[in-house]
Design a protein around this ligand. Structure first.
Ligand code: A2R
Length: 314
């Protein structure tokens, strides 16, 4: 790489496809973590104009890089990046939206059906050789005659809704404002939505405005036949309230692809028979993670070629 190429820092893990693509356009500096103050001398820090990351990026990190122009974050959720502080310093933040919409929606439908029809338990039943001696018990729950509420009718929420429509189920949603062109019933609060449905799917970003919004009141409104699915961010849920609701039958069952403190699953969650937990695999296929890596790298390339990023966050 020529000396005149911009320098891009990769703090911590990065997808190999992104690293290869970035290596053909930029001088790369790699560190094992975000402690750039301790890891890099001042002249190297001053040379860094871009960051490609999947780690927490806080004020201290941003302040350590005086000539930083762009932070390209891997994933659609960018709650790990202090985007407001970056904006205040005229640093662009990009994420990787859209390329993962259908993949996350596929996983959501799979998780919903798994929870309701007990697919993981039925699989374990066969594996354990129990089919030879007994029939698997009928599932207490069914998807039939349910109404599905979607908390967050954004890019992924709309892809989930299309799949729910194909299941023949009515849909309602809550976001802070009705979405133009979306025909499903709109509710102006999460609590009202929860009262009106018996499946609630959360697909909102993790940030202070959504923190612990799925709380005891919302779960109680969902009701004893209620099923809760979370494929957005774990911070959206009051996990203590969810555990209690599942333990006491306030709701019937839940499926989580995300928890608040990944990968540390609370023991109280693991003990619940009516909770299915996945290890945050919504977008986790080889093809889609490569597409996300590609978009991350193309954001940095576009920025340094034209001064405009492809997918800056709002
Ligand atoms: O409220 P709006 O009109 O901004 O609608 C967005 C909604 N949303 C909220 N709804 C209620 N209360 C809030 N405090 C709130 N904050 C955001 O979530 C919009 O309908 C939806 C987010 O849609 P998108 O920005 O298109 O995100 P996308 O690509 O669907 O991904 C959603 C999240 C990511 O942020 C990751 O955390 C996860 O899924 O992968």
């Amino acid at each position: 790489m020529s000396n005149s190429a911009p320098t891009v820092l990769i703090p911590g893990w990065m997808h190999d496809h992104a690293r290869c693509l970035l290596g053909t356009h930029f001088n790369l500096v790699e560190t094992p973590d975000c402690d750039v103050h301790a890891r890099l001398p001042q002249e190297i820090r001053a040379s860094i104009r871009g960051v490609a990351c999947r780690t927490r990026i806080d004020r201290q990190f941003i302040d350590a890089l005086p000539n930083l122009e762009i932070i390209a974050s891997y994933g659609v959720g960018y709650d790990a990046v202090d985007a407001a502080y970056a904006r205040s310093k005229n640093i662009v933040v990009t994420n990787t939206p859209d390329v993962l919409n259908e993949e996350v929606a596929d996983l959501t439908l799979g998780l919903l059906i798994s929870v309701v029809r007990e697919i993981p338990k039925a699989h374990a039943f066969v594996r354990e050789g129990r089919w030879k001696t007994s029939e698997y018990p009928l599932s207490r729950l069914t998807l039939r005659n349910r109404k599905v509420g979607i908390y967050g009718m954004g890019r992924i929420g709309r892809c989930i809704a299309r799949r729910i429509e194909a299941c023949g189920l009515p849909i309602a949603y809550y976001s802070r404002r009705p979405v133009t062109g979306v025909v499903y019933d709109y509710f102006p609060s999460l609590l009202e939505l929860a009262h009106a449905v018996d499946v609630l799917i959360a697909i909102v970003p993790g940030n202070p405005s959504t923190a612990k919004t799925v709380n005891a009141d919302v779960l109680s409104a969902l009701g004893p036949e209620g099923v809760f699915i979370n494929v957005g961010r774990g911070t959206v849920v009051d996990e203590g309230a969810l555990i209690e609701a599942l333990r006491t039958g306030t709701i019937a069952a839940a499926g989580l692809d995300v928890i608040a403190d990944e990968p540390n699953v609370p023991n109280d969650m693991l003990a619940l028979d009516n909770l299915t937990i996945l290890p945050h695999i919504g977008s986790a296929s080889v093809a889609i993670r490569t597409a996300m890596a590609d978009l991350l790298a193309r954001n940095l390339i576009a920025w340094f070629q034209s001064g405009t990023a492809i997918t800056p966050v709002p």
